[in-house]
Write a new protein. Structure first.
Ligand SMILES: Cc1c(C=O)c(-c2nnc3c4c(C[n+]5cc6c(C)n(C)c(C)c6c(Cl)n5)n(C)c(C)c4cnn23)c(C)n1C
Length: 331
């Protein structure tokens, strides 16, 4: 098997998150889901989600699928890094992304979603692509789509080619040589506790010197921004006129018309440049002259996170062989 599916930004103005069309059940029900390498639950808005919590999302109705089966007595409950969360019951059903089908995928149907999910009508749920050890289904943890699909994939990999303010792609089962330039640099992955954890070889601010120092963090397609140690973040914003660490906005902000340096990060011997345009994330509120930075401090999170702002500067291979590795290439 091989497959390919679009990853489309949910907002045309700035890359908050990306959604991918999937089909569930028989006849196929199409939903737009956020593929998230930072978690391992596949959950959807459903006919079990209270109407008061659904605002424009597409839903999965297991009762309308001839291939759905209730996973008796199983429940799930998840909380994400931004404090959002959801919980509910579990079915198995046919699940397809980009032509890759899993005949019996655990589909976690939401019985409750937090307000940030209700207000985001572009996201109908998430597909966790982290390691299955992170799955929250109880009493028996369930496998991710990738773990279920892997044995039938031509190659046990998936790749992320996210783009700045335009659709990119997720590929399953193959590495598309037309999507990157030069060589792919592979580094080891630490699978405990279940993220795609790897160690970057250092960073540089703009045209400044590159600081070779290991930065261990997770590659997380489900997180919008990059969260790194405070020392790196302050070194970056020291180069930005008028930048401050705002308590009220919860992070580094600066005048939107400030000149921003690029941010360079290393993987092995390779270097990746996040251009200034990616580093200005968004105006703090519509029309405000104050912009929120795409690089923020990870102190208080407990882990460094290479989110979409970094991932869209590269072509990334999530290699599910034993032992797993992660590959980065320029594009
Ligand atoms: C430790 C951590 C995170 C770890 O992951 C994190 C974060 N960063 N983006 C997201 C998430 C997203 C992506 N996402 C980000 C959004 C932002 C910044 N805004 C303003 C909106 C409306 C967003 C939506 Cl709808 N979606 N999604 C869908 C979920 C479930 C997320 C959970 N956490 N998250 C934050 C803000 N922090 C502090």
């Amino acid at each position: 098997d091989t497959g390919s599916a679009a990853a489309t930004p949910i907002d045309p103005r700035f890359d908050i998150a990306y959604v991918t069309p999937v089909t569930i059940g028989t006849p196929p029900q199409t939903l737009q889901l956020d593929l998230d390498t930072g978690s391992s639950d596949l959950w959807v808005f459903s006919s079990h989600t209270p109407a008061s919590q659904v605002r424009g999302q597409r839903i999965y109705a297991p009762d309308k699928s001839t291939t759905s089966k209730l996973l008796n007595g199983h429940t799930w409950s998840i909380t994400y890094g931004d404090g959002s969360g959801s919980r509910g019951n579990v079915y198995t059903d046919k699940f397809t992304i980009g032509g890759v089908t899993v005949k019996s995928q655990a589909i976690e149907t939401a019985q409750q979603v937090s307000s940030s999910f209700t207000t985001e009508d572009a996201i109908d749920g998430l597909v966790g692509l982290g390691f299955s050890t992170l799955n929250t289904v109880s009493p028996n943890g369930q496998l991710t789509f990738f773990d279920n699909a892997k044995p039938n994939l031509d190659s046990p990999v998936f790749t992320a080619d996210l783009k700045y303010m335009k659709p990119g792609t997720y590929d399953f089962g193959f590495i598309d040589k037309t999507k990157y330039t030069g060589e792919i640099t592979y580094v080891p992955v630490e699978t405990d506790p279940g993220y795609w954890t790897f160690t970057s070889s250092g960073y540089g601010v703009g045209s400044g010197t590159f600081s070779s120092s290991p930065i261990t963090g997770i590659a997380d397609t489900g997180t919008s921004l990059v969260y790194l140690p405070t020392a790196i973040v302050t070194a970056y914003y020291r180069q930005v006129q008028g930048a401050t660490n705002s308590r009220s906005y919860g992070g580094y902000v600066f005048p939107c018309n400030s000149t921003l340096p690029a941010f360079v990060f290393g993987v092995g011997e390779a270097k990746f440049t996040i251009p200034p345009s990616y580093m200005s994330y968004a105006a703090v509120t519509d029309g405000s002259p104050t912009c929120f930075g795409g690089l923020q401090s990870s102190s208080g999170i407990g882990v460094n996170i290479w989110g979409d702002v970094a991932l869209k500067a590269a072509f990334v291979v999530f290699n599910g062989e034993e032992p797993p590795t992660i590959g980065w290439a320029n594009k």
